[in-house]
Design a protein around this ligand. Structure first.
Ligand SMILES: [Zn+2]
Length: 214
């Protein structure tokens, strides 16, 4: 027999008995605080074990909030990186070889120039695929979503107290389906589409756990 999940009030830590839970209306009542909470949020919070995330993730509570991080690197990105390196090596070799030998590019070789620009973009994208990460940092009411490599990347800020809902959302971009974590409320922000499903799920669970506890 599997042990039923214990649901605790995020404020006073009292266990909420099943009689005070109504999954159909998504309500859990703490009689001690007299406050109702979202059952699904508390439930997903109860399931997550900090520090036991999938490989490539990290989650820590800090003095003023939390930090959760997930790496972008995966098998598919490693294959993508290999293909990119081969492409760039071919294109840059074709262009730079003659130049390094002191010659000039022939008219036919000039066609590689647009390809070189694509190569620059691909190299950037590959470095991100291998070394990039998505990091969520909360310090008091300041939530920062960082997507990038080391100190270089995109930082977006949001008020933690302004968030009303956290969920996953799939969007079609061209021929691909991308799944995002969406923070909804006063402002709306979506991120984490570059992560594997498992790591994205972990970040979602972390946010929900923190969300339930506020
Ligand atoms: Zn309570």
């Amino acid at each position: 027999m599997e042990k039923p999940i214990e649901i605790n009030c995020p404020k006073c830590r009292t266990e909420i008995p099943l009689d005070d839970v109504n999954p159909s209306t998504d309500v859990a009542l703490c009689r001690r605080c007299g406050v109702t909470r979202s059952f699904s949020l508390l439930n997903s919070a109860a399931m997550i074990d900090p520090g036991a995330g999938p490989p490539g993730t990290r989650y820590e509570r800090t003095a003023r909030g939390f930090v959760a991080k997930a790496s972008v690197l995966s098998w598919s990105s490693a294959i993508w990186g290999t293909v990119t390196c081969f492409f760039c090596w071919t294109v840059y070799g074709a262009a730079l070889g003659p130049i390094l030998r002191g010659g000039k590019l022939s008219a036919a070789q000039l066609v590689v120039i647009p390809h070189m620009l694509v190569g620059v973009w691909l190299i950037g994208a590959t470095i991100f695929q291998v070394l990039g990460c998505v990091r969520i940092t909360r310090e008091d009411d300041d939530l920062e979503i960082f997507t990038g490599i080391g100190p270089v990347g995109r930082r977006r800020k949001l008020a933690w107290s302004g968030i009303r809902d956290v969920h996953l959302e799939s969007r079609r971009t061209g021929r691909n389906n991308a799944t995002y974590i969406v923070l909804d409320g006063v402002n709306r922000m979506s991120f984490a589409s570059s992560l594997t499903e498992e790591r994205r799920r972990f970040l979602l669970d972390v946010i929900r756990k923190e969300f339930a506890g506020r």
